[in-house]
Design a protein around this ligand. Structure first.
Ligand SMILES: Nc1ncnc2c1ncn2[C@@H]1O[C@H](COP(=O)(O)OP(=O)(O)OP(=O)(O)O)[C@@H](O)[C@H]1O
Ligand SMILES: [Mg+2]
Length: 398
């Protein structure tokens, strides 16, 4: 019990420390150094008192064992001595010596029992925490058979609903959608409308709660996970980059470094000029030991990384939100050619009128409210229409 509590306290202490480093900018700008210091101090204190409590119990054990052994030896000699002096029951010095030897032979096994018991308790507390990880079965299982399907990029969703387990939020409601091979799709909608969730279902980062999904008419559960994900390239919304060189980040996931292709993709993502402006160019380190990039630079590097991967399905989750309108236009023009013959899905807040989409999907509260081409949706004068009008007004103000 006690060692479990101590382990939990240690876990909390390390997570407090880790957070204060990764969130150092937020902490400084909100002038919360003092509060964080107090929180860390409290966590340390909890661990210290727990650990010293445990150490005290252990420290008590050996002296008391030694004391007991000493006492029993003493007692044997004393009682034996008295009997011997009285000449009682015919006890001789040899008998007393024999007894003392027996006691000493007994002490080691007996004290070992206590010692082992405490070891077992500590180990089982640690094991319990490890088992939480080890015994978690992945929520998403893929068939053992390693299939080698080459997908063409045809995606079907039938009555798909999805609820986030922890929160119970139903993020996708009864969605029916057919994306044909080579189509260019836009997913638009307000924040929190379920756009990213839809993408994550397509990537099978989650399994649907209800309904069916199929790629080229192969049910999604029949395709092995690695097979499925190899056919998709994904530029996530947060544009995560590794603490490594820029070229390594762009070439991430490719089998060998092809510098020429890295630069070609960087040009498509309109980041090449920014990269060569760094003193070490493509070898510049990103992250803790290197340069700190702007939000827009990060987004464009992660687009270049997405383009490196030759996949029939390309997914871009709101990856142009931090670049200016002119750069956005340039990137979209470049992509327009590159994505020829690929199924591509763009999630966006803004409506790009200059990009010809085969289908625009309008999401609201997890439901698909409208779908169609730009012209069709404009005629409808619904959600898309008012979004577009609002955007035009904003652009005029600028
Ligand atoms: N990991 C998660 N666990 C629980 N609920 C989530 C999780 N991710 C998203 N949600 C919830 O699901 C709903 C849809 O979120 P989603 O991220 O799909 O929206 P979005 O359309 O991508 O929004 P944005 O434009 O801001 O990126 C929201 O109500 C959100 O709170
Ligand atoms: Mg999102």
């Amino acid at each position: 019990k006690k060692s479990e509590a101590v382990q939990a306290a240690l876990g909390q202490l390390t997570s407090t420390a880790q957070q204060s480093y990764s969130g150092i900018r937020v902490i400084k700008s909100f002038v919360q150094e003092g509060a964080m210091y107090t929180a860390f101090e409290k966590a340390s204190e909890r661990y210290r008192s727990g650990a010293t409590g445990l150490a005290k119990v252990e420290a008590m054990y050996f002296p008391s064992m030694t004391l007991l052994i000493g006492l029993s030896t003493l007692l044997t000699i004393m009682i034996g001595g008295i009997y011997y002096i009285q000449g009682n029951k015919g006890i001789g010095v040899d008998t007393i010596v024999e007894f003392v030897i027996y006691i000493n032979m007994l002490t080691f096994p007996v004290s070992a029992i206590g010692w082992t018991a405490s070891m077992i308790q500590r180990a089982s507390a640690s094991q319990k925490r490890l088992n939480e990880f080890l015994q978690t079965t992945p929520a998403i299982s893929s068939p053992a058979a390693d299939n080698n399907l080459a997908l063409t990029g045809d995606i079907k969703l039938e009555n798909v609903s999805f609820t986030y387990e922890h929160t119970g939020i139903e993020a996708i409601k009864n969605l029916n959608l057919h994306i044909r091979s080579g189509e260019r799709i836009a997913v638009v909608g307000k924040t929190g409308s379920g756009k990213t969730t839809l993408i994550q279902l397509i990537l099978r980062l989650y399994d649907v709660t209800k309904g069916k999904m199929a790629f080229d008419d192969h049910s999604i559960e029949k395709i092995s996970l690695s097979n499925l994900r190899e056919q998709m390239s994904y530029v996530p919304q947060d544009g995560f980059l590794f603490s490594d060189s820029i070229s390594a980040n762009i070439a991430f996931g490719t089998k060998w470094m092809d510098q020429e292709r890295v630069e070609e993709m960087a040009k498509l993502a309109v980041i090449h000029k920014d990269i060569v402006a760094f003193p070490q160019g493509y070898e510049t380190e990103i992250g803790e030991r290197g340069v700190t990039l702007s939000g827009g630079q990060k987004q464009r590097i992660s687009i270049a990384r997405g383009l490196m991967k030759q996949a029939p399905i390309m997914i871009f989750d709101d990856c142009l939100s931090a670049v200016d309108a002119r750069t956005e236009k340039e990137i979209i023009t470049n992509l327009s050619g590159y994505l020829h013959n690929k199924t591509s899905i763009f999630v966006t807040h803004r409506v790009f009128n200059l990009f010809q989409f085969d289908k625009i999907i309008v999401m609201e509260d997890g439901e698909m409210k409208e779908q169609g081409t730009h012209e069709e949706l404009m005629k409808k004068r619904g959600i898309y229409f008012s979004m577009y009008q609002r955007q035009l007004q904003e652009e005029q103000v600028l």
